[in-house]
Write a protein that binds this ligand. Structure first.
Ligand code: CS2
Length: 477
């Protein structure tokens, strides 16, 4: 089967929208770490539009670990299909990638990061890719960080690469690139900045000082539901295109990118392609993480215990739907301060409506990955806020107990737990007192929340219901 490529564009059926810009004019201006489905469906779709007016912002996709995506992009001249699956489904070819760099191409990456025409670097490496400790600061005991401090010229981690790239610029007297974190963490830019500065300080305090004064690390909120591209989806794309596309992605039509305004002379006009630039992203970030991702993780862990497979199925379970609706409107909304320009109740309804999209097959198992990295931002901050304000936490304890029950079931069945802390979690969740052991995992719960008597009692009580297979009473809360 022929692969999608520049020369195949002319053969595509009229139903598939083709790039509007001149592909040969595009130059690389952005280096992106982690070109997974989310990046290809979200950021790259904005940049693809940006290129219609300004060819300077082509993206070099960088995979530090596995070469699957970068190989596919190379084989397809950087092109792939974005399928928007909604009431009005559509397909469009994205041509935002001007280069792809896979594992083992460090020398090329180093050169590119030093090139002054690259003015922005971005990342979607998921929460665990930042090597942060439980308190959100750089984990100096992380094996990749230990490695990179010993081998700063051949880094393994994103942090190591950013500092190596900025170090070269500092040495050469070139302006730095701005570093845009696009992962689901509160204060994502600030956390990445602190981690990079801490790493740089160990290597060269002069570099750290220069970075602190010169490099922008804006915060951002990113949002678009992007189920993994499974074989059935890729087959559907192939049928529609008449050529094979191994990098195709699917997402809902809703997409949002809120970016903290940062200084860049003659930079990309992100606002012109629908990015919201604001001086205060924190409120949006927090609302999105706690409302959308918090209820997503709740649906995942409780939904899997109820025998559901997808978000849509979990939302079609009336008891569970009612529960997450109350959780979001009452407990989560109460934890948020007012956010300028955001009607929180309306936002909750809109988010839950997106989960009811029957065209999207979003696997709960996918959302359930990496709970140790996700829960702190998604649910535990909310629980902390509730406890501090003296509000009840009987609903908020349910997803936490569901996570513990999920880990216990998986570990007992000998199934793989996809989580960087899998081993420690499996040990804790299968111990004689799983709740006590789990809440003692400090990188996840911190010292204070894990030891809070009200929290412990509420999680213990909810966990009993999961252990006895008696979940229904929890969902009527
Ligand atoms: C999901 C997110 O997989 C997950 O954990 O909660 O990927 C979610 O779909 C996105 O953040 C939506 O913007």
């Amino acid at each position: 089967m022929t692969r999608l490529s520049r020369s195949a564009l002319a053969t595509l059926p009229g139903t598939v929208a083709r790039p509007r810009h001149a592909l040969e004019a595009v130059r690389t201006g952005i280096v992106h770490f982690g070109p997974g489905a989310f990046h290809r469906a979200h950021q790259a779709a904005y940049v693809d539009r940006l290129l219609d007016a300004d060819p300077r912002w082509g993206i070099a996709a960088v995979s530090l670990r596995s070469g699957g995506t970068t190989d596919a992009l190379k084989a397809q001249d950087g092109l792939y299909t974005l399928a928007v699956i909604d009431r009005d489904p559509s397909m469009r070819i994205i041509a935002a990638h001007s280069d792809a760099i896979g594992p083992g191409e460090g020398a090329r990456l180093r050169k590119l990061l030093a090139d002054p025409t690259v003015r922005i670097a971005t990342s979607t490496v998921t929460e665990k890719g930042y090597c942060l400790a439980g308190d959100g600061s750089l984990d100096f005991a992380h094996p990749d960080i230990v490695h990179d401090l010993g081998n700063p010229a051949e880094p393994a981690s994103l942090i190591g690469w950013i500092v190596a790239g900025l170090g070269d610029r500092h040495a050469a007297g070139t302006a730095p690139f701005a570093m845009l974190c696009c992962d689901n963490m509160t204060g994502n830019g600030a956390k990445l900045r602190a981690a990079c500065l801490a790493f740089a300080r160990e290597r060269d305090p002069g570099l750290a000082d220069w970075m602190a004064g010169e490099v922008a690390f804006p915060d951002s909120m990113v949002d678009s539901i992007t189920p993994a591209s499974d074989a059935a989806f890729l087959a559907k794309v192939q049928q529609a295109l008449g050529v094979e596309d191994q990098a195709a992605v699917q997402r809902e039509s809703f997409t949002q990118w809120v970016l903290q305004r940062f200084d860049m002379l003659d930079g990309p006009d992100f606002a012109s392609v629908g990015v919201t630039l604001t001086s205060d992203v924190r409120g949006y970030e927090q609302a999105k993480l706690r409302i959308l991702n918090g209820t997503h993780s709740t649906l995942a862990y409780v939904g899997l215990a109820r025998g559901h497979e997808t978000v849509f199925e979990a939302m079609s379970d009336g008891a569970l739907e009612g529960f997450v609706t109350r959780l979001a409107h009452q407990d989560i909304a109460a934890s948020l301060g007012p956010v300028e320009g955001l009607d929180v109740a309306g936002y909750v309804d809109a988010v839950l409506n997106r989960f009811r999209n029957p065209a999207i097959r979003h696997l709960l198992a996918q959302i359930a990955w990496d709970g140790s990295q996700k829960l702190p931002y998604r649910l535990l901050d909310t629980a902390r806020a509730a406890l501090d304000a003296g509000r009840g936490i009987e609903r908020l304890a349910v997803p936490v107990a569901a996570w513990i029950a999920f880990l216990r079931r998986k570990a007992e069945a000998g199934e793989t737990i996809t989580d960087p802390m899998a081993e420690a979690l499996a040990t804790a969740a299968t111990s004689a007192n799983p709740v006590t052991a789990m809440l003692g995992v400090e990188p996840v719960f911190g010292a204070r929340l894990g030891q809070d008597e009200r929290f412990r009692a509420a999680v213990r009580e909810a966990f009993q219901h999961f252990a006895q297979g008696d979940i229904a009473p929890l969902l009527s809360r």
